[in-house]
Every structure is written in C-alpha cells, then in structure tokens.
Design a protein around this ligand. Structure first.
Ligand code: FES
Length: 197
C-alpha cells in the first residue's frame, strides 16, 4: 500500500536552490520550492517533513489524517505546516493544495508513489490564468476551474481533460508519518501559470 511504503521514510531539508525556467513574459509562479535565503518561512512552498492542515471544511485547522477523508470526495483545501516551528505556510496562495482520497489501484502507475494511504494533493492554482481550482465534477472525478472551465483528471496526475489550461496541476508527493499526512518531496511540476499575451 502506498502509505505503508512511505511510513518509514526519513526526510531532510533540501538546501540546494533550484531555479525554475521563466520566460521573458512569465509571471507569478514558478516552483521555487527549496528554501531561498531571506524568504519568510510562511511564504516557502511546502517542504519535505511539513504536515498538512485542513484549510476548509469541518476539520479546518486540524492535521490531515487519511481517515478524515472520504474516498473520492470533493477535494478540500489544505496548507503545509512546519511541525517544528509550527509556521503555517499561508503567506502565498501558490502554497495552497487541494486534497482528496482515491483508490490508488485506479491511478496511473507513475503517479502512485505520490499518494499516501490513498491521499493525494494537487496545487490549487490553475495553470491557465491562476484561478483557484475549487470546483468538482463528482461524476467524472475531475477537478474543475470556475474561471474558464478547465478540467483535471485526479487519477492521471491532474492531466488536462478539458478547457484551456496548458498543463497539469503540480502534484505534491505525500507520506504518512505518525498517522499524519506529511509532505514527502517538493512539488512535482511547476506551480502557477504563465500569462499569455
Ligand atoms: S484560470 Fe482556470 S481555466 Fe482559466
């Protein structure tokens, strides 16, 4: 099972600075996940070892545990929190993720390691022009953007299956540590959008 597979992972903070490719007309985004000198901790992207905390719903403010999520439920917003400093990484909207629980056996194989006990997390920021991807097609199990109706397949790495979004949502790899959904690695994929002129 994906969760138990990750159960004993150990984590270390990455200190290597990796710059994302930014074009001349690029805007907000980037996957500047690793710590940047002088950057406020609450603006840093979710870091390996961070715990996820519900940012909406009846459990808002609580640590995310797999049993608090129902299979294939409408994704809920969550934020990362440093368990040592207790800093909530709420200083940038690019840090927000949408979480739900899936049947990992149905998931495209190359994304299965990013799930933990069936819990998955995708960036909440649409890759088209940056709206929050807050809608949900319960019939087709797709995340949807309310601005221009892009749709993303949660079982296939948030692949774009409708609308103008140019690329999938970034995925946040997860693990379970002491029963809590924890960040296993930096975002896979670029968070945010590139404005089109
Ligand atoms: S911003 Fe999401 S579809 Fe346009």
């Amino acid at each position: 099972m994906a969760g138990s597979k990750h159960e004993n992972k150990t984590f270390r903070r990455r200190t290597v600075c990796k710059m994302g490719l930014v074009t001349a007309i690029a805007v907000p985004l980037s996957s500047l996940g690793p710590p940047v000198l002088g950057q406020s901790p609450n603006r840093m992207r979710p870091q390996p070892g961070d715990q996820l905390v519900f940012d909406e719903g009846s459990n808002r403010g609580e640590l995310v545990r797999p049993e608090l999520l129902v299979l294939e439920q409408k994704p809920l917003a969550a934020l990362a929190r440093d368990p040592e400093s207790e800093v909530l990484r709420d200083g940038s909207r690019l840090n927000r993720v949408m979480i739900t629980r899936i049947d990992t056996k149905k998931m495209t194989a190359r994304f299965q390691d990013n799930a933990a006990d069936g819990v998955i997390a995708y960036s909440a920021i649409c890759t088209h022009t940056g709206c929050d991807v807050i809608d949900w097609d319960a019939g087709q199990l797709r995340m949807a953007c309310p601005c221009h109706e892009s749709q993303f397949d949660i079982y296939d790495g948030a692949k774009v299956v409708g609308g103008p979004a140019p690329r999938p949502l970034a995925m946040l790899p997860l693990a379970i540590i002491d029963g809590v959904v924890t960040v296993a690695a930096l975002f896979r994929g670029r968070v945010g959008f590139t404005q089109q002129f």
